[in-house]
Design a protein around this ligand. Sequence first.
Ligand code: 1QQ
Length: 413
Amino acid sequence: MKRPAALTTTFLATCTLLLTACGGGDTRNNSITNTPGTATSNNTTSTTSGAIPIGIAFAQTSNVALLGQEGLAGVKIAQKYFNDQGGVNGTPIKLVIQDTGGDEAGAINAFQTLINKDKVVGIVGPTLSQQAFSADPVADRAKVPVVAGSNTAKGIPELGDYISRVSAPIATVAPNAVKAAFKQNPNIKKVAIFYAQNDAFNKSETEIFQKTVKDTGLEIVTVQKFQTTDTDFQNQATNAINLKPDLVIISGLTADGGNLVRQLRELGYKGLIIGGNGLNTSNILPVCKALCDGVIIAQAYSPEHDNDINKIFRKTYLEQYKKEPPQLSAQAFTALQVYVEALKALDNKTKVNKLQLPQLRNELNKQILAGKYDTPLGEISFTPIGEVVQKDFYVAQIKMDKDGNNGKFTFIK
Ligand code: 1QQ
């Protein structure tokens, strides 16, 4: 059951009829960036461009920026692409970007600014499920749509009627990594589990990994806990290695996850390693360098996906970043695509610049949930509560050059 949403705050109702009075001020590149808590009046005033403001709440600072950066790359590519295509039936969209930092307070602050000052029509974000569990209820109470691009923990769409996600739940994605590891080494018997106990997503992910391991008939020999802020894993790694596991599964974020991989290898662990979604970024490569080699990570996106929009997305990303697009960028692109296509569909029925902001947010939310989208992730739609319906899932393995300075995710399924 979704929570009943609270009354819309009155100042939203005072937003003028025209979207031009609800947007931010930067008309040059149709995007505005602010750091946590520093939103200034220049993005609360009207814009002469008439662009439709969409809020982006990703981590650009803290350790979580290693993940948030990839989301930002995705929405920026989407903004340019869709505006070049004519935006929303001729009206451009404009990203209003607020840095959430890495914690819940930063995410709540970014959401409040986007909702109340920037007067966005909806929000893409936040980066972590841990942040979403606190920030999404704020948007839901204000009746502002949120399309999550990277929240995969159990229970995200259930946070409210206005909350949906394009990031497939980890329950669907993670088991594929265990199957791939077992295929590579059918002699796996003993599994050591590691997880970051201070993060909601990692607690959700480890439950799935542990269940999959048991269902596959494998034995969990130890469950080791750590914090996403930890850098020293000598104790946990030694405890696990002493039990001679054939497979290690890590649920953490990027810097901690990368350091744990490195220290396990340095202490002599030779078996397969599975990393969870928090390790699913090439930003992990400089952390574990050559020792990242062989880490298996399940994917909800493949750069090879064969449709037109993915070909365009992949080409643009490759040109800009000189590497294949990562899952988090593809998901963020998709979240923005959902907004643009839902706004277009709505505009075809009722001109969006004739709607008052509260009504526009409400109609837009309904349209988002009703639509079908052909995206870089493939064809997606939503269940009535806002869970993504997606068909194709993959598994990648990290392949490092000998010197450890360069590496990539190679797809094995
Ligand atoms: C979540 C995640 C993150 C690790 C992705 C950035 O999947 O918090 O739900």
